[in-house]
Design a protein around this ligand. Sequence first.
Ligand SMILES: CC(C)(COP(=O)(O)OP(=O)(O)OC[C@H]1O[C@@H](n2cnc3c(N)ncnc32)[C@H](O)[C@@H]1OP(=O)(O)O)[C@@H](O)C(=O)NCCC(=O)NCCS
Length: 173
Amino acid sequence: MAIIETERLTLRPFTTDDADFVLDLFGRPEVARWSGSGELMTHRDEAVARIVRQPGRAGDHPAAGIFHVSTRAAGAVGMAMLVPIPASTCLDRDDLEIGWHLHPDAWGNGYATEAASALVARGFGLGVPALHAVTHPDNVASQAVCGRLGMTDLGLRTDWYDKELRAFRLDRP
Ligand SMILES: CC(C)(COP(=O)(O)OP(=O)(O)OC[C@H]1O[C@@H](n2cnc3c(N)ncnc32)[C@H](O)[C@@H]1OP(=O)(O)O)[C@@H](O)C(=O)NCCC(=O)NCCS
């Protein structure tokens, strides 16, 4: 998986050495509440297990990956991903999603948008025809990132994760 450099950020694969950071990230209620089951991470072992699962979650699409995001100035700030998006039961869909989780100390700097823009460029550069993002209906901060990326708001959809989520789509230019 490639290392991606942007103006301010470095995106690289996680290693288990990042477990303390992952625990600090998903051990924060204001981050965990918007991630997967919403459960707070409480043990380092869970962070290690999450990192170990990442290659399987990303799958084998050449553009896919789950990236550790750091600034050159301050170190680790979060994660950004381009991964297959699980279709809801009985739906025959084969889409890729982009997603982001930043440490609260790093919010408000444009880092999520900068990291996601790099993943958009990577996806489109490798021929992905469209990228989706799905957000909890109340997650206005994440929806704002989708807006900054120029994604189209699809409204509330049940096509993915067997949940009603506010979805966004960006087509390759
Ligand atoms: C969603 C989340 C990543 C958004 O983070 P964010 O920092 O607000 O988003 P961005 O990186 O796009 O930054 C935009 C903000 O930085 C500000 N900013 C400051 N300097 C900036 C710069 N150089 N460039 C761009 N924006 C900048 C913008 O004004 C904006 O602030 P505002 O919302 O107060 O107007 C963050 O809230 C988060 O991690 N939440 C918890 C996890 C989560 O919800 N994940 C998504 C699940 S779907």
